[in-house]
Design a protein around this ligand. Structure first.
Ligand code: FPP
Length: 232
């Protein structure tokens, strides 16, 4: 059976994983980074073409300063450490969100890795960073209004396809499968427009305990679904 073309993941539960072990929250994020590494590899192995992960939301900026800076450092390290392997495996790194909100060193590392991996054709890994679905839609509305005001398009041309082409995700297909770990039944402002017809799999596993086996289980559950896209 064909794998989902695009998988999106809300990687939740790092804090709980750490708390259960009496560890600081950042230890959960560090273990979460290892899960991400395994899941990226798993997606490439089964032939998924796009993987979008919610690595840092706009709302996450309101966490304690120490946690935010530790997460930013972890992100930078992850990007630098993983780049050689991403290149070797044919994985292209990309990012969506208000990237200019990130610390400069993080932005530099990110753009360097995006450039270095740009030749990858096997899998596209998209990191959602300082991302908010509502902000993305707001930015799209502003950009469409600018195009109308400048006479580049007529307002009669505004339809769902045109709106999709103004989102950060304009070059990716909509996700087929959304996985959320740690049992929460929420979208948390993630890909609000793009998830309209996406199958959702929520697992009780905390993100640091999620790996290739759990990925395969989620894909199997996806294959059991009857996708009708509103038709009968
Ligand atoms: C949610 O767990 C996770 C995050 C806010 C950040 C996601 C980050 C990672 C998986 C780290 C690795 C990623 C990269 C790109 C290096 P939580 O802290 O909200 O968990 P909780 O709900 O149990 O407190």
């Amino acid at each position: 059976m064909k794998p989902p073309r695009h998988i999106a993941i809300i990687m939740d539960g790092n804090g709980r994983w750490a708390k259960e072990r009496g560890l600081p929250r950042i230890k959960g994020h560090e273990k979460g980074a290892e899960s991400l590494r395994a899941v990226v590899e798993g997606c490439a192995e089964v032939g998924v073409e796009f993987l979008t992960v919610y690595a840092f939301s706009t709302e996450n900026w309101s966490r304690p300063k120490a946690e935010v800076s530790a997460l930013m450092k972890l992100l930078e390290l992850f990007i630098e450490r993983e780049t050689p392997e991403l290149i070797e495996k044919g994985i292209r790194l990309q990012a969506i969100g208000r990237l200019t909100d990130l610390p400069e060193s993080c932005q530099r590392a990110l753009h360097k890795a995006i450039e270095a991996t740009s030749g990858g054709t096997r899998l596209t890994l998209v990191l959602a960073l300082s991302y908010s679905g509502r902000t993305e839609i707001t930015d799209a509305v502003k950009s469409i209004v600018r195009d109308v005001q400048a006479g580049r398009i007529d307002s009669a041309m505004i339809d769902p396809e045109l709106i999709s082409r103004h989102l950060y995700t304009r070059v990716y297909p909509d996700p087929d499968l959304l996985i959320r770990t740690s049992g929460e039944m929420r979208l948390s402002n993630f890909l609000l427009w793009q998830l309209s017809y996406t199958e959702i799999v929520v697992t009780q596993k905390l993100w640091p305990d999620f790996g290739k086996d759990e990925l395969r289980e989620a894909i199997a559950e996806f294959h059991g679904r009857d996708r009708r896209f509103g038709a009968v």
